[in-house]
Design a protein around this ligand. Structure first.
Ligand code: NIG
Ligand code: FE
Length: 424
């Protein structure tokens, strides 16, 4: 089946090789085509991108019954702008329970650490997740992924990490893998985050030992996770422990990601650079020197603006990253503390709150995270070009800038995912 989309408004194709950095993030002339373009989708891929008139001459006009052949459908986008499918490169998708009471605790001055000592935090979610059935978790994951798709996410990274025993981590990865490849859901890149916290009844040294001797080998044997991640932060996993886990993970064939410097500069940036991890996320408190080292080591900085939003802390200097020509992306960090899967909302935070140009915010939610979070087909995604996966969003507006201007609901009229059009 071939579908031809014509009469697009401006097309933010963002095409080109590799991640974008520096002021090229703002280059609308290079990254956006003026209105009037169209594209041809054949099966799951973009087969051609061309002027609408040329496509109409070849395939017929939209709804032109006379020239239409059942194997070809021509659809008018009625001047609506299009942008690539959004790529959420950092989510904690699978967990049960509810931590809403922590908001009141935060308002009475409790820190993240104190809340976790009061019985909240990751451990609270671990307990609730253990009590949930596989079916409940599968349903939660399904409805969350549907909600991500509604706000334009066509591909997402999903971490385990609310199990913290060998068995429960394998269970979460197994459930996530059942959601992988389900129709009408974003596609998935799976990450094992066994080192998210230390389970009760053990100290961190003992847990790291258990991870290295038992949990990690079993995760590798299970074969679903493509990457490993560690919560490298003073009070959780220190630099040495993170290094041991990540090095063994790499030896076992896993790609590496890391949580660093969320609350303080704990030296995780230097480790990320030394290990050439794919992406180092949060990074709110990383020093300028660590940021430069990471970039020199081709480590992406993954900002998670939903976390400072939810916790009421400071925003990082996104525009400094542009001026310093460093590679960065944004993601939702969906978790029990930050319950949004909307990348348009992240775009709004950047562009309506932190003075980031909307084109830079868009690249940070598409082309750049696609580099760290590959599509399982092995094809290009996160940008619109011939041969790429046919993942794109039709904005319900004649301007691409509208992608981040409706943070409370979806800005998209429809989303094409692996060649299938879904109306919202
Ligand atoms: O990335 N910081 C570590 N992990 C999650 C949050 C975990 C939680 O609070 O449940 C994050 O923000
Ligand atoms: Fe996270």
């Amino acid at each position: 089946m071939r579908t031809v989309y014509v009469d697009a408004g401006p097309m933010a194709h963002l095409s080109g090789k590799g991640p974008l950095k520096g002021h090229s993030l703002l280059d609308a002339e290079a990254l956006v085509s003026p209105k009037g373009m169209g594209l041809v989708v054949f099966e799951e891929r973009i087969e051609a991108i061309s002027h609408s008139e040329e496509l109409i001459a070849e395939y017929g006009a939209p709804n032109d019954q006379l020239s239409s052949d059942s194997e070809i459908k021509v659809i008018s986008l009625n001047g609506n702008a299009i942008i690539p499918g959004l790529v959420d490169s950092h989510t904690h998708l699978l967990w049960a329970g509810d931590r809403s009471r922590e908001l009141s605790w935060r308002h009475s001055g409790k820190s993240y650490r104190e809340i976790s000592e009061m019985g909240g935090g990751i451990q609270d979610t671990v307990r609730a997740t253990a009590a949930a059935s596989d079916e409940e978790l599968l349903k939660l994951g399904y409805s969350r992924m549907r909600s991500a798709l509604r706000t334009g996410t066509t591909h997402m990274e999903v971490k385990s990490g609310y199990g913290l025993t060998t068995e429960s981590e394998l269970r979460l990865i197994e459930i996530a893998s059942q959601l992988k490849g389900m129709e009408h859901l974003p596609s998935m890149d799976l990450t094992w985050l066994g080192a998210h916290d230390t389970p009760h009844g053990m100290n961190t040294e003992q847990y790291v030992e258990q991870i290295l001797s038992e949990q990690l080998p079993k995760v590798i044997e299970q074969g679903h996770a493509r990457s490993a991640d560690v919560f490298c932060e003073p009070g959780w996993f220190n630099v040495e422990q993170s290094e041991d886990i990540l090095k063994s993970s790499r030896d076992g064939g896993l790609d590496l990601r890391i949580h660093i410097d969320e609350f303080v500069d704990g030296g995780g940036g230097e480790l990320a650079a030394e290990l050439n991890v794919t992406t180092a996320d949060h990074a709110f408190h990383s020093s300028a020197d660590a940021r430069r080292k990471m970039d020199a080591a081709q480590v992406n900085t993954g900002f998670l603006p939903g976390t400072p939003y939810a916790l009421g802390t400071e925003w990082p200097e996104f525009n400094q990253m542009i001026d310093d020509k460093l590679t960065w992306s944004i993601a939702t960090d969906f978790n029990p503390n930050c319950k949004t899967l909307s990348l348009p909302f992240m775009g709004s935070l950047l562009s309506q709150r932190c003075s980031v140009h909307p084109l830079a915010s868009l690249v940070a939610a598409t082309r750049n995270p696609a580099e760290t979070t590959p599509h399982s087909s092995g094809q290009v995604h996160g940008r619109l070009e011939v041969g790429a996966v046919a993942n794109f969003n039709v904005v319900g507006a004649p301007y691409w800038e509208a992608w981040c201007l409706q943070p409370s609901h979806t800005p998209f009229a429809s989303t094409c995912i692996s060649g299938k059009l879904i109306h919202h």
